[in-house]
Design a protein around this ligand. Sequence first.
Ligand SMILES: Cc1ncc(COP(=O)(O)O)c(C=O)c1O
Length: 389
Amino acid sequence: MSAGTYEHAEALVLMNPGPVMTDSRVRTALAGPDLCHREPEFSELMARVRHRTTLVAGGDDRHTSVVLTGSGTSAVEAAVSSAVPEDGGLLAVDNGHYGERFAHMAEAHGIRSHRLELGWGNPVDPAAVDRALAGRTGLTHVGLVHHETSSGMLNDVAAVTRVAHSHGCEVIVDAVSSIGAERIGLAADGIDWLAGSANKCLEGAPGLGFVSASRTAFEALAGAPRRSYCLDLHRHYQAQEKAQAPAFTPGVPAFYAFDAALSLALAEGWEARNARYQGLARQLRSGLQELGLEILLPPEQRAAGLTAVRIPAGWSYAELHEGLRAHRFVIYAAQELLARDYFRLSTMGCMTEEDIGRFLAVLRRLLRDRDGTARPERARTRTGDEGEG
Ligand SMILES: Cc1ncc(COP(=O)(O)O)c(C=O)c1O
């Protein structure tokens, strides 16, 4: 393959949970003109992207967003390292890999923290958060993942936020894999800090993360400890809001693409996008169950964009990945505790019913050719619930 020709990419069906398949208008935008980030054209682009980001985060006139060149992790880490004060502490609500990551981030920045371990794939009980906060002094912030992508579970942000506020704590929400396709709102849910990324349900290109909050909250960071130089939210806020220029050199093409993606996201609306992903997930899940494959979590706990599936008996993840990749489907391994038994399939991005139909046909063939049977038995979910939500 010569430089600049990437014929393979067009034909792959990405079932990994981001970066997702994007609309051709988003990909075209990536080839926008070369631009100096300290010229008025970039200021305009950045202001528009920040404003649209605040809108998709459900913010109102009180809110704004800081857009960072970096992955989703950088946005979450910028929020954690900047928002928790010197004498504060973080409760990391952990029901999966990304919840646990809050605790690791706190540790990396020398922030006092307590990890509320609920177990992977178990729902977050707001009463457990209440008890954890009631029993400890010095916790000022709660870190919660909206869509725990390690299992596919959607956590109840509004309920946890209410509990946190009743203890005088602020909430930092990792909405990296939910924003754009699940209901979440800075204003409606009273979220204090919301971290997201461009390349999952917002269907932009990889390379940008963002933190949305009230202007007052960003302003109040002025006297906070500077635990990081390049992830210092106050530095980025000052630069983007006051100087109308980014603090450091941004990924200009990713901004072009995010601008296009945000305008598509706002035109479609999160409700319609959720319905689109739900439709694909329903088709996928019922096809998997017909093949006798077990799906993790009861239907009502699953996000629209992700399905964790038990690896078929007699198969390794690597064999499954290789077999499907040969037919241009990219599946995704599960992490840590779930890695041995499960794999993950995303329904985020510009996927079509036809893609899902072909995926199921290829999977059926692979299983049949290997096992010599069509796997007629119906699967049960881990909780024994056979239905589909
Ligand atoms: C919920 C959640 N948080 C954070 C991240 C990290 O995002 P990134 O890989 O862009 O750093 C992911 C990535 O899948 C995620 O799903």
